[in-house]
Design a protein around this ligand. Structure first.
Ligand SMILES: O=C(O)CC1=CCC(=O)O1
Length: 266
């Protein structure tokens, strides 16, 4: 793991592969960290360069005082990619990370040539829901949200299995200020109009049992971008990279092959 000092925030990241290889960037969702990509990264070819990072207020990145704005999160990503000299990436964003992908594509098409919008949308939930969640977490800690979150994130079968423990721990290890700050960023974001103007290859990924961003919501957002596709992962909730890493990796590989013809491979 390494840390990029971006001035007002320090971003934790892992980068693997040759710096001349085509680059994939992975950005995680609310309450998660870069661990959600591990099983996928292990399955991807070693010929790719892969960057995973923890968004501010998550994982091992620093945790500025809340609230955050989407502009902060997009700018963190932009500065991290500049710091690492990354251009022409395929950006895979999950949940909140998928909103950052849209924000980055609106701003820096030199950094992002194609994107995967995984379990995300142009606008997520209502402002008062995010305010309530933020107040809960600041008042009682992330543990107050744990049970409902696990039910939203995972299928019933996965919840009953012994695979659930590390993901519960991951959620419980997130700082409450980071969670609350990120709720504010989501509450203040509506990318419908700018995302409609995007022209880049885009793939949406949805889980059949996602209690946060159901398939229709993902389809609606990705459908704003002409030529985009949506793939539905069966037996998966909000975290298909965790529940179905084989399928998730296969979808990424198929998309990489398709966008390769569109010029992301260098
Ligand atoms: O609601 C959740 O727990 C999950 C979620 C919403 C946005 C995001 O990134 O994750």
């Amino acid at each position: 793991m390494q840390r990029a000092d971006l001035g007002d925030v320090q971003i934790n990241y892992v980068i693997e592969g040759s710096d001349t290889a085509p680059t994939l960037v992975f950005a995680q969702g609310l309450g998660c960290d870069l661990r959600i990509w591990k099983q996928v990264v292990e399955r991807l070819p070693k010929s790719l360069r892969i960057l995973r990072y923890d968004m501010r207020g998550h994982g091992q990145s620093s945790c500025p005082e809340p609230p955050y704005r989407m502009g902060n999160l997009v700018r963190d990503s932009e500065r991290l990619l500049d710091h690492l000299n990354i251009r022409d990436s395929l950006f895979v964003g999950h949940g909140l990370g998928g909103m950052v992908a849209q924000g980055l594509a609106i701003k820096r098409l030199d950094q992002i040539r194609a994107m995967v919008l995984s379990n995300t949308a142009a606008k997520l939930g209502m402002v008062d829901m995010w305010e309530t969640r933020s107040a809960q977490v600041l008042g009682h800690g992330v543990s107050a949200l744990e049970q409902d979150t696990m039910k939203r994130w995972f299928t019933r079968a996965f919840l009953k299995s012994n695979e659930i423990a590390p993901w519960r721990d991951m959620f419980l290890s997130q700082p409450e200020n980071g969670y609350a700050g990120s709720c504010a960023a989501i509450a203040g974001t509506d990318f419908y109009t700018p995302t409609s103007g995007l022209r880049l290859p885009a793939l949406g990924i949805a889980g059949t049992e996602d209690g946060v961003t159901p398939a229709d919501l993902v389809r609606e957002t990705v459908g704003l971008i002409p030529g985009s596709d949506v793939a539905i992962v069966r037996r998966a909730g909000h975290l298909p990279s965790v529940e179905q890493p084989d399928t998730y990796t296969q979808l990424l590989m198929e998309f990489i092959d398709r966008t390769g013809h569109l010029g992301i491979a260098r």
